[in-house]
Design a protein around this ligand. Structure first.
Ligand code: HEM
Length: 886
């Protein structure tokens, strides 16, 4: 058991501050991040910490929404280490609203704060004091401090303590709380929950550490944050922090008691106080005074007001005859009554994974000071309609497994524990069922048509950082702050998994064997000559059979849902990769990594082209100066013989006039191609899977995963992947299509004019490909023919699928230009450094030749962002060559 670090944990996580009866919550927006950081530096030391377990003096705690952390400049990859639910936010998607039951009148669009129509909330300032006067003073002091610090108050959420620690319906609240292992003791072991359920950085009920956002040490030079032992030197931003759920729940007190009154009258013909309280207690599972029905089935018992060490199954209430199965406390904490084996240790163990640490307080005046249901029933409309409810706050380390699960699978589940069409009687979403069953002997009582008694006025997910993390947030923005930073933690956690290690080993063995077979180049050449064409034809035949007529025109694209997000993810994977591998050194490209050679060339458009081909750069017979980069596949720089056998080519024409997509290069036109006619992945969605596998060190599994195989792509790549002898002897293909003027699409390819196939040396040096280029270009000029293939059939020559080779039977390759690489020497450090500064991007193009298809669209973002990261790591400026160096 790891010792809790009380001097780093915010006090509200360990204590409900019972002695501080006055509280308020201020939702703030950050207008000026620099001033907000100064303010945070000032107040960070005043945040109440858990070492003062039950403070008696005014206290303050701080929590942040995801946008708030973004504004404060937390590094990009640290932000990505937060849970997806937190990143998305409580009101972030229809899906999340559906899970939480935040629909119809409770939908975020209807909220008073936290919703899409409200001002954004960046942070929550929680203030607590022993008296109202003390709270007023505290609020005044804080308001004057943050008003000058670029922070704006968006919403003040108040609280009002009610007599006898009750909530508005009239029941004692805050009795049952899980006990922290390491912080509190309990006679009942079932109540003790591992600290990792409520704190990041500690073991949870699954025996694991909950995923925590990490910071690269270069982003934390003063080592404010603690190092994370299992993650190769990353610093742990999340340690001692937790997620805070805030929901403002308005309560219709008179509505509840009127319904109870009507129901009692309906079932027994008469309504009296005792019967009303009896039914209400059945709905809650405790008596108004707090005694649990399981222990005090007949009447309230003040001696059991704080009783919490009971279990439904073990204590003889398996059937809910005392506390109904669907009662509020039985749904929100079923204790030992969970299937499949109620009463067993495993039932308790499952339950422990869904506990919440409640920190809420009531707000608004009570409907009647007496808190008596009779008085509630007698209240007038003005009193009944006054705002009142519960500021529901709960702490949990895993939003989806804890709060969201309880809300979705238990509170709002119409079939919870075998019930039919009923949700939590106090606060359930009636769309899933409005019934209530009170088990009884000999007969149960069933009520129908329960109205909603609780509705949602606003809410948000916050993060409660530890004290060190608060200080870190307050420091100046990091060097690589806003967009890119360290490897994200998921990779770190995956690394610990035994399956991943096995998968990696297998992947390495497979890769090594594939590499080994490639050494037999002569045999391979014979095999290629005999089989390559037939294999490709057969695989293409299979792929063609899958193509469907989507009703698209020539050159028409089909935007796919979610492709923007996928492009973002791929960018993240690649930037993580760059940071992980080049933190200490000179960063190379994340893909097409190794530069075999950057050479000067001339791109000559042929004379006499057909009028239909005289488009864009091919408009007239002309010669463009060009930089040509021959590169290896990556993602790492390896000895040439160890690469995966597919090379890449980047051509940058200069002096090209026309309208562009990016401002960074005004007169270039880039062509990018690889030494295979199909792309490694058919779509950007599959590309993300490949990137994930690369990140995990299991690239082979992308192709061979039996549950999501890419066998045909593996074959196509395998047929073209080989140990090359000289990049100048290879053919290259664009694989993906490009626009050709308007309403036309094309793919391009390059083929060396001289058909030589030299041999790979038996003992190749690490850079034998560069050496081969050096000696070839020292001896003679090399020329490539540049071909275009026009799209003539939108079905069989698809735009969106890069595994399909456009059949030459439908459209031939047409030679339109020559790439001339003159004799030259290029093998020097300056030229290599220059190659790093160049950015080859298919979107460096004139509008007539823009990329088409999902991978082309994604590359716009990916190339641009990853080349920025590379140049940032290397502290190099991106340059646009003009040809002046020729
Ligand atoms: C206005 C809304 C609510 C009211 C009036 C209310 C009322 C109560 C009352 C009277 C108790 C029994 C006292 C106690 O054990 O502390 C209780 C317990 C509890 N409530 Fe609520 N509650 C509300 C909303 C929620 C929500 C939204 C959740 C979770 C998503 C929740 C989760 C719990 C849990 C976990 C317990 C403890 C159960 C146990 O451990 O036995 N409550 N609530």
């Amino acid at each position: 058991m790891s010792q809790l670090e009380f001097n780093d944990i915010q006090g509200i996580i360990l204590s409900a501050y019972g002695k501080l009866s006055s509280a308020c919550y201020l939702c703030l927006a950050i207008d000026d991040a620099d001033s907000a950081r100064d303010w945070l530096r000032d107040v960070a030391d005043e945040v109440r910490l858990a070492k003062d377990a039950a403070p008696e003096v005014a206290s303050m705690n701080l929590a942040f929404t995801y946008p708030g952390l973004q504004k404060l400049g937390l590094p990009f990859q640290t932000l990505k280490g937060f849970s997806a639910e937190f990143q998305e936010g409580m009101a972030g998607s229809d899906y999340r609203s559906a899970i939480l039951g935040d629909i119809d009148k409770n939908a975020p669009a209807e909220w008073e704060w936290g919703g899409p129509k409200n001002e954004p909330v960046d942070l929550l300032l929680m203030l607590f004091a022993p008296t109202d006067a003390g709270l007023d003073g505290l609020m005044r002091a804080h308001r004057s401090r943050f008003a000058d610090a670029g922070l704006r108050e968006v919403k003040q959420l108040t609280s009002t303590p009610l007599p006898d620690a009750k909530e508005h319906f009239g029941f004692r609240d805050g009795i049952s709380q899980p006990k922290f292992s390491g912080a509190t003791q309990s006679r009942d072991a079932a109540q003790v929950v591992k600290s990792g359920e409520f704190l990041l950085g500690y073991e949870n009920e699954h025996g694991q550490e909950t995923m925590s956002p990490m910071v690269d040490p270069i982003e934390d030079r003063d080592s404010i944050l603690p190092p994370h032992t299992a993650s190769g030197g990353l610093h742990d931003f999340g340690r001692n922090g937790s997620y805070l759920v805030f929901r403002q729940l308005a309560q219709d007190v008179r509505g509840l008691w009127r319904w109870i009154d009507d129901s009692v009258r309906g079932s027994s013909g008469d309504s009296n106080a005792e019967a009303r309280i009896g039914l209400a207690a059945k709905m809650v599972g405790r008596w108004p005074g707090g005694a649990p029905l399981t222990c005090a089935p007949e009447r309230d018992d003040p001696t059991l007001a704080q009783e919490n060490e009971f279990r439904f199954h073990r204590d003889g209430d398996a059937d809910g005859l005392r506390c109904p199965i669907g009662a509020h406390i039985r749904r929100t904490n079923p204790r030992d009554s969970l299937a499949p084996k109620p009463g067993s240790k495993s039932s308790l163990a499952i339950n422990r994974r869904h506990r919440l640490l409640r920190r809420g307080r009531p707000y608004g005046e009570p409907l009647d000071e007496s808190m008596s249901p009779d008085a509630f029933l007698a209240s007038d409309d003005a009193q009944a309609n006054a705002p009142r409810g519960l500021q529901f706050l709960c702490v949990n380390a895993n939003l989806s497994r804890q709060f969201e699960f309880v809300q979705h699978a238990w509170i709002n589940n119409g079939h919870f524990a075998g019930l039919q069409d009923e949700t939590d009687p106090l606060l359930g979403d009636r769309g899933n069922g409005a019934g209530l069953t009170i088990p009884g002997s000999p007969a149960r009582t069933r009520f129908a048509g329960l109205p909603r008694f609780v509705s949602l006025s606003g809410g948000a997910y916050f993060f409660l950082p530890g004290a060190r993390a608060l200080r870190y947030l307050a420091t100046a923005p990091r060097i690589l702050a806003s967009e890119y930073a360290a490897p994200a933690p998921p990779a770190v956690y995956l690394a610990a998994s035994i399956w991943l290690r096995v998968a990696r080993r297998v992947s390495n063995v497979l890769e090594a064997s594939i590499r080994f077979t490639r050494r037999f180049t002569r045999t391979r050449r014979v095999i290629d000559r005999l089989f390559q064409r037939h294999i490709v034809t057969f695989v293409q035949y299979l792929l063609q059979r899958r193509l469907r007529d989507e009703g698209l025109a020539i050159a028409e694209e089909q935007i796919m849902q979610g492709e923007g997000e996928v492009a973002q993810r791929i960018t993240e994977h690649m930037t993580q990769f760059l940071f992980k591998h080049y933190r200490e050194g000179v960063a190379e490209r994340a893909g097409n990594t190794k530069t075999y050679g950057l050479v000067k060339a001339k791109f000559e458009v042929l004379p006499g082209l057909d009028a239909s081909l005289r488009v864009g750069i091919f408009k007239e017979e002309r010669s463009y100066p060009a930089w040509v980069r021959f590169g290896g596949p990556g993602p790492l720089v390896t000895p040439d013989i160890k690469n995966n056998g597919i090379m890449s080519l980047g051509i940058k024409l200069m002096g090209v006039e026309g309208e562009r997509f990016f401002d960074d290069e005004r007169s270039t036109q880039d062509f990018t191609a690889i030494s295979a006619p199909t792309f490694t992945t058919p779509t950007v969605f599959e590309n993300l899977k490949l990137q994930r596998n690369i990140g995990r060190g299991t690239p082979v599994f992308y192709f061979l995963n039996p549950f999501d195989s890419h066998f045909l792509d593996a074959i196509l790549q395998g047929v073209y992947a080989k140990a090359h002898a000289n990049p100048l002897e290879a053919s290259f293909w664009s694989c993906v299509p490009y626009l050709f003027g308007t309403g036309c699409a094309m793919k391009y390819s390059l083929k060396p004019q001289i058909d030589i196939q030299s041999h790979v040396p038996w003992r190749p040096s690490d850079n034998y490909l560069r050496e081969a280029m050096v000696s070839s270009l020292a001896a003679q000029e090399w020329r490539f023919d540049f071909f275009l293939q026009m799209q003539t059939d939108p079905v069989r020559m698809p735009i969106e699928n890069s595994s399909v080779i456009w059949p030459e039977s439908l459209s031939p390759q047409i030679k339109v230009a020559t790439l001339r690489i003159p004799r030259q020497t290029f093998d020097n450090d300056e030229q290599l450094a220059f190659a790093r500064k160049l950015s080859f991007n298919p979107w460096h193009c004139i509008r007539e030749h823009r990329p088409l298809g999902n991978q082309g669209r994604a590359r716009k973002h990916i190339y641009n962002e990853t080349s920025k990261v590379r140049q940032r790591i290397n502290a190099e400026e991106r340059i646009e060559p003009t040809g002046a160096e020729f």
